[in-house]
Design a protein around this ligand. Structure first.
Ligand code: BDP
Length: 695
């Protein structure tokens, strides 16, 4: 075996703590993310030499506390089965060897080793081999040049465009390091609702600086493009993808980008969706548009991630539109196009069935887009661990080629051979000190990376790892808080939109409930989705209704179509049912709704007690901040319940079951006040009295 060796002699670094710009607090304010326990008593990062190998060296040198000597060996493609990013760690009593074909793979191996150190995973003997499931593991930042972040709840954009390229903040490298430590290898820097200015030479210079910082951490930069850029930037009269000048514009633009950023990854495109320009403006198809951009990127190895998030106000059922629009184009997309599809058919709701498109397109590459930022799950005010929700989608069987064609397997390219696979997460990162607004929201960034590397990992494994690295490995802390995290997504479904209800938010903020709201577009109106009326509640997507069930392969089509077999957690997604419909446990639908909401509000209130029980294991700074947010969450849960149940009750005409806590505010009162989105907003003087928590 031809091995070129690079051995790091490890010294246990006795470096004195210095915490950069945030001083002492840096250890406890959450800025250190999941490097918290590693950072104790150590310098933050980073060596002057920014080659990947020296970063790996530095990490081991500073943070490896074990007795074994660690050596990293570059295999130079001697083990092709490890691919470009895989690695093998061999453990013995005195030595640990990390092997990879590439420097990036070595760095991943180093982070794996350090993770093991903090989570009790170091072996005295044996080996582990790790190869990422998806080729492109990408964060999508919805960040705007003016520093706002669409659906961002953690301050302003991390990218300080006005300072770049001259001033370079340390957070850029910290961000890259955090991503590399969980295997994220790609990032889209700007909003899918893209400002054309991102492609100007001025901005490309700024992007170059970030790309240079990220490169040694194995991270490639991508950009969202505005399909009308030829008009905006070059003054062309059209952006028609079949127009020769437009094609020339994109070819030239792509050549320019690669001259500045030679390893540029490619483009993310939102076209003909929510007012964005696209090929349909010129009577062309999504395939025409995607292929034109893809052809420009092809010589450089770039890719196009073309989003399937399309819907029109006129559609009878928004949930069906992606399949309706994209299926006829199956087979028409060029090989460096991948269709980026949200996990569910509507829009990142707390629970949706998987998007049926994953089971449909057999001649087109597809990738999953999940939302790490909590647009619909309590923003950065609520503790919601999202991995169970994402895994629910990835583990769903599409039956594309018989049983076992899960969304994960399809998009990994294992059902039909893809040659390129990807998964995207809409980032929850901003410039707030703890990056994500809620300390526990960091777990979702972490979990996205770990899942993109290995979708087989369980929610429990990932939560356990994250907690041990972020707080403490004391089991008296880890056990109850893992349990809390694991239940948190389902509990949020319970207090927001149980039993398959969806999209019943107030206004465009997507925070509090607004079941009474009717917007100017019916497909943005809660009333369109819940359809509550005297005859019952729920959206009929059966063969007697919109027929959306037919977009799923058998046996799912029949399973969802038949009210007897439809899973109850999705029953109102697929069925419109009378209030006194009998659920599997014998209670009425109305009682089941009330009980599920009650379950959600009880659980949210119980988080506060659980958190109190672990107080001594957490620093005061983070404990208090989290505690404040948990109180807010429990009150918000009550608001959700009172608003929804109160509103639905006028149609059901039924009483709250006696074992449910009484409503504190009538829905009529609540509709006068919108639940405050920010923690810092001052309530209106005539605001409602505070919610009293149930004890
Ligand atoms: C919706 C968001 C909107 C995004 C859109 C998208 O409300 O802000 O622009 O998705 O994904 O969830 O394009």
């Amino acid at each position: 075996m031809r091995i070129s060796e690079l051995t790091f002699i490890v010294a246990i670094a006795g470096m004195i703590s210095s915490c950069g710009k945030t001083g002492q607090l840096c250890d406890v304010n959450g800025h250190n993310l999941w490097f918290h326990s590693l950072s104790e008593g150590k310098a933050q990062i980073l060596s002057e030499d920014k080659s990947t190998m020296s970063i790996a060296d530095n990490e081991i040198h500073n943070y490896w506390k074990g007795k074994q000597t660690v050596s990293c060996l570059l295999l130079n493609d001697a083990e092709p089965e490890l691919g470009n990013e895989g690695y093998r760690i061999e453990f013995s009593k005195n030595d640990i060897h990390i092997y990879s074909n590439t420097e990036t793979g070595v760095l991943y191996g180093v982070y794996d080793l350090l993770r093991r150190q903090e989570t009790d995973g170091i072996m005295s003997d044996g080996q582990v081999t790790e190869i990422p499931a998806f080729d492109v593991r990408i964060l999508n930042h919805w960040d705007n040049p003016n520093l706002t972040v669409e659906r961002g709840f953690a301050g302003q954009s991390l990218w300080k465009w006005e300072e770049l390229p001259d001033r370079v903040r340390p957070e850029y490298e910290e961000y890259a390091r955090a991503n590399a430590s969980v295997g994220i290898n790609a990032t889209v820097l700007n909003n899918v609702n893209a400002d054309p200015c991102m492609l100007t030479p001025e901005y490309l210079e700024k992007v170059r600086v970030l790309a240079d910082i990220f490169r040694p951490y194995g991270i490639k930069v991508y950009l969202s493009l505005n399909f009308a850029a030829p008009k905006h930037l070059a003054g062309l009269g059209t952006s028609d993808p079949l127009d020769a000048d437009v094609i020339r514009f994109w070819n030239d633009k792509v050549a320019e980008i690669y001259s500045i950023i030679p390893d540029f990854g490619g483009f993310l495109v939102k076209a003909n969706s929510e007012g964005q320009s696209g090929p349909q403006d010129y009577g062309r198809t999504h395939a025409d548009g995607a292929n034109m951009i893809a052809d420009a990127l092809k010589p450089y190895g770039g890719i196009v991630m073309w989003r399937a998030f399309v819907y029109a106000a006129t559609a009878e059922d928004r949930a069906m539109q992606a399949v309706d629009e994209f299926m006829p184009l199956d087979g028409q997309f060029h090989s460096n196009v991948i269709i980026q599809i949200k996990n569910g058919p509507i829009d990142f709701q707390p629970r949706e069935p998987f998007s049926p498109l994953f089971g449909q397109m057999e001649k087109t590459k597809m990738m999953v887009e999940v939302q790490v930022t909590q647009e619909y799950l309590g923003h950065s005010n609520h503790l919601v661990y999202l991995h169970p929700m994402w895994k629910e989608c990835l583990d769903s069987d599409t039956y594309m080629r018989g049983e076992g064609s899960t969304v994960a397997k399809v998009t990994e390219g294992k059902v039909l051979k893809y040659g390129m696979s990807a998964i995207a997460g809409v980032a929850n990162i901003g410039d707030s000190v703890n990056w994500c607004g809620h300390h526990f929201a960091q777990a979702n960034w972490y979990a996205f990376g770990r899942m993109a590397w290995n979708p087989e990992l369980t929610s429990e494994q990932i939560a356990d790892e994250w907690l041990k690295q972020t707080f403490t490995d004391n089991s008296k802390f880890v056990r109850p808080i893992t349990e809390l995290m694991l239940a948190s997504r389902e509990n949020t479904v319970h207090y927001e939109m149980p039993l398959g209800l969806h999209h019943i938010f107030a206004g465009a903020g997507h925070y509090g409930p607004g079941p009474w709201e009717q917007s100017m577009r019916r497909d943005w109106s809660p009333t369109f989705y819940h359809k509550a009326a005297a005859d019952g509640i729920g959206f009929d997507r059966t063969m007697n209704g919109s027929g959306a069930v037919a977009q799923y392969h058998e046996p799912l089509k029949s399973l969802y179509d038949n009210v007897e077999t439809c899973p109850e957690e999705l029953i109102l997604w697929f069925h419109h049912l009378p209030w006194d419909y009998t659920m599997k446990n014998g209670e009425t639908l109305w009682n089941a709704l009330c009980h599920t909401y009650q379950h959600g509000i009880n659980a949210a209130a119980a988080y506060i007690d659980t958190w109190a029980s672990v107080r001594k294991y957490v620093d005061d700074w983070r404990w208090n901040q989290i505690n404040d947010k948990l109180i807010r969450q429990a009150k918000d849960a009550l608001w959700w319940r009172d608003a929804c149940i109160g509103y639905f009750q006028q149609f059901s005409g039924m009483e709250l079951p006696s074992d449910c806590s009484p409503v504190q505010h009538s829905y009529d009162d609540l509709r006068k006040f919108r639940l405050r989105i920010s923690n810092y907003e001052t309530p209106a003087p005539d605001a409602l009295p505070e919610y009293g928590l149930i004890k």
